[in-house]
Design a protein around this ligand. Structure first.
Ligand SMILES: C=C1C[C@]23C[C@@]1(O)CC[C@H]2[C@@]12CCC[C@@](C)(C(=O)O1)[C@H]2[C@@H]3C(=O)O
Ligand SMILES: O=C(O)CCC(=O)C(=O)O
Ligand SMILES: [Fe+2]
Length: 351
């Protein structure tokens, strides 16, 4: 697939913003959305599929959505509603702390976890109107810095959220792979004997997009694909997420009560030998309402090499990618950003 990406520049280091003090959009936050004319905006011409996980035809619907959209929303997913309220409340408490307090849990320059700008900021010359907090492993040390007296309850919320998300992500893996004729129990060794993907790993990304004085010219989170197998995204009631639909343009993914957005990531793109293309997406901002989203970024255990599945490879379908671990892929992404998939393409030998 030949994708065009928005212009990128060399990485640079920037200070943290204090959004509440900005009444006008500083030039450093003004994005040239003119460049989007490459991708005509089709507003609501088409909409991202919404799939009921209790529907007996869910496997086929998921397969179709993964092939043609790379994204879908799920309802009746079984994750208790109160958990979303709790994780949203933890997120809100975190981002509403004074900047100096949040900086006590800042992500270190070579670290993964903690508070900071979107990691992809370094590839763009303009700043994004958002803050993020990444959780890999336990958030305890960082949360203790943020809330010395009540960090434990916040840690418990994240722990419970991760547990539920892991269950759902394992289920989604079985459904997605099932639609390709791949049975997790027999065909994916690392899925484990119960095919529950127990050894899988994940990161939780809390995203906060403050209300913005000039949303048409700002960018919440620039266009990217996730480096995951799949991402489960919870968004609050404020819309902002958009996905790129090849040949159509940017399509809104509106918040739907009780629904979760599922994105195909680059590792699923590789595992499916390009059958399920990862989806380019971005987050826009709002003039009056802040927006929160919580991404559960799901991938394999660190020792697992992901490569095109043998069932999807044959004389007429050569493997398009070489085997990579998640860590190797993240390193490639950190260097080449949206061109990372091309960097892991297998050498095609012409006969
Ligand atoms: C596991 C990961 C995926 C991620 C990089 C990370 O190490 C932790 C944060 C993730 C995130 C969330 C926002 C978008 C994204 C592109 C980014 O900059 O940080 C993703 C990364 C990714 O999927 O490549
Ligand atoms: O906030 C959103 O809707 C998108 C977030 C996202 O793409 C991410 O965290 O990877
Ligand atoms: Fe994303």
């Amino acid at each position: 697939m030949n994708r065009k990406f928005p212009s990128q520049t060399m990485p640079s280091i920037r200070p943290h913003p204090d959004f509440t003090s900005l009444r006008e959009l500083p030039d450093s936050y003004v994005w040239n959305h003119q460049a989007d004319s490459d991708y005509p905006s089709s507003a609501d011409a088409e909409s991202v599929p919404i799939i009921d996980l209790t529907d007996p035809n869910a496997v086929q619907a998921i397969g179709h959505a993964c092939k043609t959209w790379g994204v879908f929303q799920v309802i009746n997913h079984g994750v208790p509603t109160h958990l979303f309220h709790m994780v949203e409340s933890t997120s809100r408490d975190l981002f509403s702390l004074p900047v100096n307090q949040k900086l006590k849990a800042a992500r270190s320059p070579d670290g993964v976890s903690g508070y900071g700008f979107a990691r992809i900021s370094s590839f763009f010359s303009k700043l994004m109107w958002s803050e993020g907090f990444t959780i890999v492993g336990s958030p305890q040390e960082h949360f203790r810095q943020l809330w010395p007296h009540n960090y434990i309850s916040h840690c418990d919320v994240i722990k419970e959220y991760k547990r539920e998300m892991k269950k759902l992500a394992g289920r989604l893996m079985c459904l997605m792979l099932g639609s390709l004729g791949i049975t997790a129990e027999q065909d994916i060794k690392w899925a484990g004997p119960k095919a529950d993907f127990k050894e899988a790993s994940a990161a939780v990304q809390l995203n906060y997009y403050p209300a913005c004085p000039d949303p048409e010219r700002a960018m919440g989170l620039a266009a990217h694909t996730d480096s995951t197998l799949l991402t489960v995204l919870y968004q609050n009631k404020t819309s902002g997420l958009q996905v790129l639909r090849e040949g159509v343009g940017w399509i809104r993914v509106p918040p739907v009560a009780e629904a979760l957005v599922i994105n195909i990531g680059d590792l699923m793109h590789i595992l499916s030998n390009g059958c399920f293309p990862s989806v380019l997406h971005r987050a826009m901002v709002n003039r009056t309402c802040h927006r929160l989203s919580i991404a559960y970024l799901y991938g394999p255990a660190s020792s697992v090499k992901i490569s095109p599945h043998p069932k999807l490879v044959g004389p007429s379908q050569p493997p398009l990618y070489r085997p990579v671990t998640w860590k190797e892929y993240l390193d490639t992404k950190a260097k080449h950003f949206n061109k990372a998939l091309s960097w892991v393409r297998a050498e095609l030998v012409s006969l």
